[in-house]
Design a protein around this ligand. Sequence first.
Ligand code: PCA
Length: 202
Amino acid sequence: MKKVLITGFEPFGGEVINPSYEAIKNINRGNLDCELFILEVPTEFYVCSRIVIESIKKINPDIVILVGQAGGRKEISVERVAINLDDTNIPDNRGIKPIDNPISLFGESAYFSTLPIKRIVDELKKNYIPAGISNSAGTYVCNHLMYCVLHELKDKEFDHIQAGFIHVPYVLEQTKNKQNIFSLDLNVISNALEIIIQTTLL
Ligand code: PCA
């Protein structure tokens, strides 16, 4: 049976929860044809990638799906690309705030997701879940993690592993007292992640 590692982030930016981690905890393993490993990752530049890469080395998964919150987005965003840049106005959870920093001096300018991104979007839409491809994972911690993981997986030892990043909108409980902010039900996000895993396994 194939092994899938899925990661979500700790809350950041004043939020009490992060829908990415809530959603991966809520995945129904009974709907999956794989062994699933879940991991909560600190919303911290540098630390996040170290933890995920250590975990990849330990688990030796076939597929790695990184998930993060993108508040304000109106669909499940299947990220196409990570760029070699850290640049942020808001500090991470450790107070680190890189500006115009390359992530790797020797890495490529960008790395592309190796998940079947078009098939994933089609499957999500077939299931009436709002979804689309995104051409920017931003320049904050999520892009950092996606870049570092794809950079590491270029290595011959790991190049059989498929990996990519999914940004999810807020969940209902985060937007209760806010107006006109899009959110999805937690179960819809978890179901979307189940579909993403199953589609990648095919
Ligand atoms: N979203 C942030 C970092 C952690 C998270 O869940 C981002 O989009 O970079």
